[in-house]
Ligand binder design. Structure first.
Ligand SMILES: NC(=O)c1ccc[n+]([C@@H]2O[C@H](COP(=O)([O-])OP(=O)(O)OC[C@H]3O[C@@H](n4cnc5c(N)ncnc54)[C@H](OP(=O)(O)O)[C@@H]3O)[C@@H](O)[C@H]2O)c1
Length: 297
């Protein structure tokens, strides 16, 4: 029997890449989209590549939508997918004092609670079979905190903690839980974060206006030079192809070196460099190097 996999947030970036690759590799793929127009576009793209995948409508921030999507997949797969890829995620850019409760809660609902809810919904089927896999797509931002990214970092850090707890809890039941930690790569996320910073700067009620404007330009520029999502999508696939997956796949030099540098550097030094990376004033060389190599997403 073909192995089935449910990929959340499959309309662009890593989710789209992984869904298409998995379908090509022979998996029965259930790829989620938030609306039918995007779902149709994804199916058409799959057809162009001569692969088939099914689409399911899902908003991970909506509990009913999660239940409905998982029920549909359970019906089509006799009890639920063999694997879940928790990929759906959103950015949230801005200093802690500029982000209101509604925006913060929404970020946590999508990037953390939604992922845990999806795991909870598919786990009974996996446990019954004594076999299953959950891949959580996290980030360097879950290990290293940067200014104007506090809530995003908090969300990815929470996802990392939940991933680790789940790995220990579900492992004995035959469910392997894997985290993919990626450094920055080009996707819709940079421009979404840049738009958010531009809006905060335009609102005018912030002490960070100048920093946001520099960070906004940096994000738009980084979207043009960062590597694409290919390597991250491949790591997600590796986590599903491997008979014994590694507990953690770290993708990219930035994701490998970032946590080491963060652990070793004195706090004052790393704070200065991270502030410079996000647009604060600094010596031109520090500012150039920080913005070039410490791109946070
Ligand atoms: N880009 C980076 O530098 C980077 C680095 C490390 C980790 N990551 C993580 O990688 C994952 C994929 O991001 P990406 O860079 O590939 O970005 P992306 O191209 O923006 O893809 C995000 C996907 O999530 C979907 N999504 C957003 N909100 C959703 C919701 N409420 N319910 C269901 N789906 C939702 C989006 O759907 P719509 O098309 O409808 O918006 C889209 O399909 C995210 O978890 C992100 O945090 C990204």
């Amino acid at each position: 029997m073909r192995r089935s996999v449910l990929v959340t947030g499959a309309t662009s970036g890593v989710g789209r890449g992984a869904a298409l690759k998995l379908a090509k590799a022979g998996f029965e793929v259930f790829a989620t989209a938030r609306d039918e127009e995007k779902a149709e576009k994804l199916r058409a793209e799959a057809a162009e590549r001569d692969v088939t995948l099914r689409t399911v409508l899902l908003d991970v921030a909506d509990a009913d939508s999660c239940r409905d999507a998982c029920a549909q997949v359970a019906e089509a797969t006799e009890g639920g997918p063999w694997a879940l890829v928790n990929n759906a995620g959103i950015p949230l850019a801005g200093a802690v004092e500029d982000i209101d409760d509604v925006a913060a809660r929404h970020l946590l609902e999508v990037n953390v609670v939604g992922a845990a809810r999806m795991a909870r919904l598919v786990l009974p089927g996996m446990r019954k079979r004594g076999d299953g896999r959950i891949v959580n797509v996290s980030s360097l931002a879950g290990r290293v905190t940067a200014p104007a990214m506090g809530w995003y970092c908090a969300g990815k850090s929470a996802l990392g903690a939940l991933n680790d707890a789940l790995r220990m809890e579900a492992g004995p039941g035959g469910v392997q839980v894997v985290v993919v930690e990626a450094g920055a790569y080009a996707s819709a996320i940079q421009n979404r974060a840049a738009d958010a910073l531009a809006a905060l700067a335009a609102r005018g009620q912030t002490v960070f206006g100048d920093m946001y404007r520099v960070a906004e330009a940096g994000l738009r520029e980084s979207a043009t030079r960062l590597p694409g999502s290919e390597a991250v999508a491949s790591a997600v696939c590796q986590a599903l192809f491997a008979a014994r997956p590694r507990p953690r796949y770290v993708v990219g030099r930035q994701a490998r070196l970032g946590p080491v540098a963060d652990a070793l550097a004195p706090v004052r030094v790393k704070d200065h460099v991270k502030r410079a990376a996000m647009g604060a004033e600094a010596h031109p060389l520090v500012a150039y190097a920080a913005r070039r190599w410490c791109t946070p997403w």
